[in-house]
Design a protein around this ligand. Structure first.
Ligand code: ATP
Length: 456
């Protein structure tokens, strides 16, 4: 594992929590694992889906200038020639002459192998695209690549979307999907993997308005992370200098997050000018222009590309929400995930396994399941079950006790401050809805009261 930022959660701790609680497992673990590939477990898949849904909601559902797309992973070979990936999507690679490990040349500082100190070869370029074949004949004509980014699927569909939606500039296309890169140096858990998911936008604008839109998207995207609970002080912008910029890009800013391994890119936002549409128009021979009714001219739009990683976002949300605090003589581990991201929104916990509590507890559980991911747990002491829910980030627990059988009231216990309220069951759904939407726990529903709480 790489260096550790003091004060941040230890990466090993996060990896272990993810494994122990069913967030993330190493891929093909029973066979010894496969380098830099991970599987999302029962809680991980919920968190990941919630991250993607929150992104989609903010960039497609809540905007009238955006539409979605889901392009195939395998694309025509020419796509990658036009985009520049066939020749240019390569990293400089060096080999250690002693232990034969391979490194990305820009990850090695002093010209020596970081593992064994051995001498390194001269750098050579290594293409990061995974190659495979379509059809039964493995010849050059059948070569296809697993896409190394989702963006090109958007560019090649530019005219299709334009024609079917009659969108007017400025407008954007959003896509979420898998991307594959045969990364040389991996590690750091899900920060850099060989198979990952991206959330990408291509936002098409009139040339001349690109700089303004670039700034707007940088702000928009930065605010998205903050709105989902990432602390502002753990985010910063890194503006690319002239020599860091790709040859076609006019500007690029990375949103960086203070990961346990240090500051690193979470999302890149680039002003790609008209490079991609021009390239695809030229290689395909198709007209990829836009008819501007104002100027009565055909123009090639400029494009702003906010490109985020799903897995890196998941890692940032996990790292930022992880907390350990002293609680009596124990350490309470708590994932303070934003309610929109938490895999399980509500846990239904009968106070004990006593048979008498079962029917009402199950009724409550069944009434909440259509609304959210809800878990039912009646094993172990109530305190232990609260701790378990804290550790997986469940915002609220509903507890049914013997008094509930008499007065039809239950308690809600919140994760962050461990406060509790008691309320009539018929107001439970509406109250949970309000609390999940951000209403403070202290705000009492009709017939509700403060509750000192069960002994934790
Ligand atoms: P890096 O410099 O870290 O390799 P990049 O600049 O090549 O990243 P982009 O091509 O801009 O990355 O991809 C956009 C986003 O996709 C990144 O900000 C990151 O969140 C995600 N991403 C890229 N490569 C990987 C990977 N190997 N594993 C996980 N996420 C990745």
């Amino acid at each position: 594992m790489a260096k550790q930022v003091p004060g941040k959660v230890d990466m090993d701790k996060l990896v272990s929590l993810c494994k122990r609680r069913g967030y993330i497992f190493p891929s093909s673990e029973i066979y010894g694992g496969l380098g830099a590939c991970y599987d999302y477990g029962p809680l991980g898949v919920e968190l990941k889906n919630n991250v993607k849904a929150a992104w989609w909601k903010s960039v497609v559902q809540e905007r009238d200038d955006m539409v979605g797309l889901d392009a195939s992973i395998l694309m025509h070979q020419q796509t990658w020639i036009a985009s520049g990936h066939t020749n240019g999507f390569a990293d400089p690679l060096v080999d250690c002459r002693q232990c034969h490990k391979r490194w990305r040349a820009d990850d090695v500082n002093d010209g020596k192998c970081p593992d064994c100190g051995g001498e390194l070869t001269e750098p050579r370029m290594f293409n990061l695209m995974f190659k495979t074949f379509v059809g039964p004949v493995e010849d050059e004509a059948a070569v296809v690549y697993l896409r190394p980014e989702t963006a090109q699927g958007i560019f090649v569909n530019f005219q299709n979307v334009l024609a079917t939606t009659r969108s007017k500039l400025p407008f954007g296309i959003a896509q979420i999907g898998k991307a594959f890169r045969n990364e040389i140096t991996t590690g750091n858990f899900i920060f850099r993997t060989r198979e990952f998911e991206q959330m990408e936008i291509e936002y098409f604008v009139k040339p001349g308005t690109d700089e303004e839109w670039f700034q707007r998207w940088v702000e928009e995207r930065l605010n998205w992370y903050v709105s989902l609970g990432i602390r502002k002080e753990n985010l910063r912008l890194h503006q690319h200098t002239e020599d860091e910029l790709a040859h076609y890009a006019r500007a690029c800013s990375d949103i960086e997050y203070l990961f346990p391994i240090g500051w690193a890119e979470l999302e890149g936002i680039a002003n790609r000018t008209d490079f991609d549409l021009r390239q695809h128009a030229s290689f395909s021979g198709k007209d990829l222009s836009y008819y501007d009714e104002e100027s009565k001219e055909h123009i090639i739009p400029y494009v702003i590309e906010p490109s985020a990683g799903v897995d890196r976002s998941v890692l940032a949300f996990l790292a930022d929400s992880y907390g350990e605090e002293q609680d009596k003589d124990e350490i309470r581990v708590v994932l303070r995930l934003h309610p929109a991201l938490a895999p399980i929104k509500v846990a239904v916990l009968p106070l004990s396994r006593n048979e008498k509590l079962k029917p009402l507890s199950e009724d409550v559980y069944n009434s909440l399941r259509p609304c959210w991911m809800v878990q039912y747990d009646d094993a172990q002491s109530i305190g232990r079950r609260y701790r378990r829910q804290d550790e997986i980030g469940t915002p609220f627990c509903v507890t049914i006790d013997f008094q509930s059988l008499e007065d039809n009231q239950v308690t809600i216990r919140e994760r962050d401050g461990m406060k509790q309220i008691r309320l009539p069951i018929d107001g439970l759904k509406a109250t949970l809805d309000a609390k999940l939407g951000g209403e403070p726990i202290e705000v009492l529903p009709p017939g509700g009261s403060k509750w000192l709480g069960f002994e934790e």
